[in-house]
Design a protein around this ligand. Structure first.
Ligand code: PSU
Ligand code: MN
Length: 300
């Protein structure tokens, strides 16, 4: 049988030559951003990483193959095709065996990247504990995935649609290391500051590289390190809170549950904020890609 995981030539060569590589997820492209911005941002991210001296490895499933590093046409397919589902780790064997196509979440991307030998990963905002999770049990598999993988995860904190303090508690319980980049205010995705503080602060990619090296020595390589990088220009806070409130109400009224919740709320933000959340979401992802590449380069 052919192998299920296929590395692009660029990624395979980079890994063989021990060059810096940064993994990127694809759910953001197919379910997190509207067309045509999704493809533009995805391309821009890859360019930013290359310009910083690293190799981007966008991960997705196309027609039953797990691709690590996408060709131009493959990235277009993920951005524009209508048959791209949202895959978490548990969906991977099913999609592969059935020859289907899917974008990978943070959980699935981290899992695949580690299998491929990539240990730096940049995204927008992590998944986490949803509001009302004490009844719905809706907690993103991103958290448990990061508790089981050797990964440095660059993000703007967790998405502000979530229960942020509960997510911080879960990160602690799951022994996922957490540092703020140039801050001790935990970022709130669209907002620079979620209102919750974190203990550890780092100020340079070199400092993060030193922590990554220390992880091997202290035996925490099987768990992720989360680097929380706040957005520079945040969304208007009043507008943010208003859109979040109406989005949660609308989701509740329409009975949106499970994996549809996050894409539904992000879409509500993008349509209701008249482009403001989209611009900020794009900035977040790009800034995290740059920092990811800088960390990967500093590690060498
Ligand atoms: N960050 C973004 N946009 C996104 C996501 C993260 O800026 O669309 C995606 C990631 O793929 C993440 C997923 O893993 O949302 C979380 O979904 P859920 O809450 O269903 O686990
Ligand atoms: Mn969920």
């Amino acid at each position: 049988m052919e192998k299920a995981i296929k590395l692009s030539a660029e990624v395979a060569n980079a890994l063989k030559a021990r060059k810096p590589v940064v993994a990127l997820e694809s759910t953001i492209i197919s379910h997190g951003l509207p067309r045509p911005s999704n493809l533009e941002v995805a391309r821009e991210c890859e360019r930013i990483i290359r310009d910083a001296g690293a190799v981007p490895a966008t991960i997705a499933l196309l027609d039953g193959k797990i691709l690590v590093g996408l060709e131009r046409s493959e990235l277009e397919a993920i951005a524009n095709r209508d048959d791209i589902s949202k895959a978490s780790i548990r969906d991977l064997p099913i999609i592969v065996a059935q020859g289907k196509s899917a974008a990978t979440t943070v959980a699935a991307t981290a899992h695949i990247a580690a299998l491929a030998g990539i240990h730096i990963f940049a995204t927008g905002g992590l998944g986490g504990v949803h509001r009302g999770a004490n009844e719905s049990f809706d907690e993103s598999a991103d958290l448990t995935a990061l508790a089981n993988v050797d990964m440095t995860m660059i993000c703007a904190g967790v998405k502000s649609i979530l229960d942020v303090p509960a997510t911080l508690e879960r990160l602690e319980t799951l022994a996922i290391s957490l540092v703020g980049y140039k801050t001790t205010a935990f970022p709130g995705f669209y907002l620079t500051d979620s209102g919750y503080t974190i203990e550890h602060r780092v100020d340079s990619p070199e400092e993060i590289a030193a922590i990554i090296k220390a992880r091997a020595e202290v035996g925490t390589l099987s768990k992720a390190l989360v680097v929380a990088n706040p957005v520079v220009k945040e969304m208007n806070k009043a507008l943010h809170d208003e859109i979040l409130k109406s989005g949660l109400e609308k989701a509740d009224k329409q009975g949106v549950v499970g994996k549809a919740v996050t894409p539904f709320l992000l879409e509500h933000f993008h349509t209701t904020s008249k482009g403001e959340s989209l611009a900020i979401n794009s900035e977040i992802i790009k800034a995290n890609c740059l920092l990811g590449a800088q960390i990967a380069v500093a590690l060498q």
